[in-house]
Design a protein around this ligand. Structure first.
Ligand code: FES
Length: 166
């Protein structure tokens, strides 16, 4: 008989969430930071984790789903150790984002939205990262890289593969 364990926030996280919720007139307003916490703790927001967040904040699951499915920074699937988020919005598009994205997908052998077989890299195409002056922009695990060229990306991937922290 297999036992399925429901995800649970740690006691320390629950204390943190309780304190956070007190900052707002309605604890629904704490939803986004709590989703970030859940994503950090569990790696991605499975339906079980989303239900846990809903229960923790006394929300309906649909209220959580509305937020999770709207914002690209919330992930519903596991991703690689390094998440490569390529902005393809207007400024980045006009500065070569699609050529860069094509280069990355070709060199890693995956499409946007996929993860390499070794679990190292996930490529995601995202909306404006809010750093248009540095277009094209790629975030690597939330670290911004601006004015990125194909050569820059090759060098960065080489560093990561060599175990250098980026
Ligand atoms: S359009 Fe890419 S950062 Fe704004």
């Amino acid at each position: 008989m297999s036992t399925v364990t429901e995800p649970q926030f740690s006691e320390a996280r629950l204390v943190e969430i309780k304190a956070l919720s007190k900052r707002y007139p309605h604890q629904k307003s704490a939803l986004m930071p709590v989703l970030y916490m859940a994503q950090e703790d569990f790696g991605y927001l499975s339906m079980e984790v989303q239900q846990m967040v809903a229960d923790t904040l006394s929300l309906k699951i649909m209220e959580v789903r509305e937020v999770v499915t709207f914002y690209t920074m919330f992930r519903e699937q596991p991703c690689g150790k390094y998440l490569l988020e390529v902005c393809t919005n207007a400024s980045c598009m006009m500065n070569g984002a699609y050529a860069l994205l094509d280069h990355m997908t070709a060199s890693l052998g995956i499409k946007a939205g996929e993860t390499t077989a070794d679990g190292m890299f996930t490529i995601a195409e995202v909306e404006c990262a809010g750093a248009c002056a540095g277009a094209p922009v790629v975030q690597v695990n939330n670290m911004y890289h601006e004015n990125v060229t194909a050569n820059d990306m090759d060098a960065l991937l080489t560093k990561v593969r060599a175990g250098e922290v980026i």
